[in-house]
Design a protein around this ligand. Structure first.
Ligand code: CA
Length: 349
């Protein structure tokens, strides 16, 4: 057997072997401890058995292994930092290194991006922009065991225990479906995983196997991640070719009621045109729109944002987040065009 053969063999068999060992781990015979010994833990074990057909000893062993991490509780309950201005927020994400690596990411996976664009109608730079903002193209996936993060927040963080308990259930289902070892997967302090930082419920709903190997692997497979982010946008009604947002000359009063608070656009392009704003993108009068005024590095900026901008906020409920993704995507598109032009000129000369 060649070295490659052994490694392939190990990839397929060792994982099965590992999962098998874990499922009969001696921990399951030990007395219940940790979260497995709490009333909430017991209730979760019972639910996984009754509702989803899990092996009770297995879930008990997992909960006994799950560790409370105080740093996670500190992170989630830290008082909100001073809200960053758009200028400050932008500086974090729009950097030459993040742009360069994003262009390389687009080039390396150009076939996957082309397929994602064709199948889901979501531009490659937007997909890469999300993955770039979330994890620097898969370079920072988070260092917490997801099991620890979700158990800590489900059982030791009452303000959001309902949500995180539900995510813990989803996590156990997801790892069973994808045949991941629930003790091995790492992610953010809030249990977000992989290139696009999907939480467990999103993973189950939107992750797809985009390279056809039978696993939707957002943890180590960039092709699956690219397809899954595109699928997420498509499922949240991204409109192919639709406008996203544009800066316009600010003709609104300081406290204009046209500066609506909700992320979802409540007004139309026509409302803003009547107030003197002049969009340049091809937008129809009846299209939904929302004006936002941002404090940029060089002073206030007024932006008209449209349906597709709102779709970006379905990924992360923040207009600054959506702005960062949009601007990074713009830089990536420019960088890619420049790189392609250079390649073309080199080939011609
Ligand atoms: Ca796959």
């Amino acid at each position: 057997m060649t070295a490659v053969g052994i490694s392939d063999f190990c990839r397929s068999v060792c994982r099965v072997f590992l999962v098998t060992i874990l499922s009969i781990s001696p921990v399951s015979f030990a007395q219940a401890k940790g979260y497995a010994a709490t009333a909430e833990g017991r209730a979760l074990i019972d639910e996984m058995v009754a509702k989803y057909g899990f092996d009770g000893d297995r879930v008990e062993a997992l909960l006994a292994e799950a560790t409370r991490v105080d740093k996670i509780l500190e992170s989630i309950s830290r008082p909100a930092e001073r809200t960053l201005t758009w200028g400050e927020y932008r500086r974090i994400f729009i950097k030459p290194a993040r742009i360069e690596q994003g262009v390389a990411f687009l080039q390396t996976h150009k076939d996957a991006f082309a397929r994602a664009e064709a199948e889901f109608g979501v531009p490659a730079p937007i997909i890469a922009g999300i993955i770039g903002v979330e994890t620097w193209y898969g370079n920072y996936l988070g260092n917490y065991r997801v099991l620890d993060a979700l158990a800590t927040l489900a059982f030791d963080y009452p303000p959001r225990s309902r949500f995180f308990r539900s995510e813990l259930v989803q996590y156990l289902l997801m790892t069973r479906e994808q045949r991941f070892d629930p003790l091995q997967v790492k992610g953010s302090y809030a249990g977000a995983m992989g290139y696009g930082q999907f939480i467990s419920s999103s993973y189950r709903h939107y992750a797809i196997d985009f390279d056809g190997d039978g696993v939707a692997d957002l943890l180590s497979n960039p092709v699956d991640a690219i397809g899954s982010v595109a699928n997420y946008f498509s499922a949240h009604h991204w409109r192919e070719g639709g406008p996203v947002a544009e800066p316009v000359e600010d003709r609104l009063a300081m406290d204009s009621p046209l500066l609506t608070r909700e992320l979802k656009p409540k007004l139309t392009v026509s409302d803003y045109r009547k107030a003197g704003l002049e969009p340049e993108l091809a937008v129809k009068d009846h299209s939904a729109a929302r004006a936002i005024r941002l404090e940029g590095a060089d002073g206030p900026e007024l932006w008209l944002t449209y349906h597709n901008f709102y779709v970006i906020t379905r990924y992360n409920h923040s207009h600054l987040y959506a702005m960062a993704v949009l601007e990074l995507a713009g830089e990536l598109a420019r960088g890619l065009a420049d790189a392609n032009e250079t390649t073309k000129n080199t080939e011609e000369s």
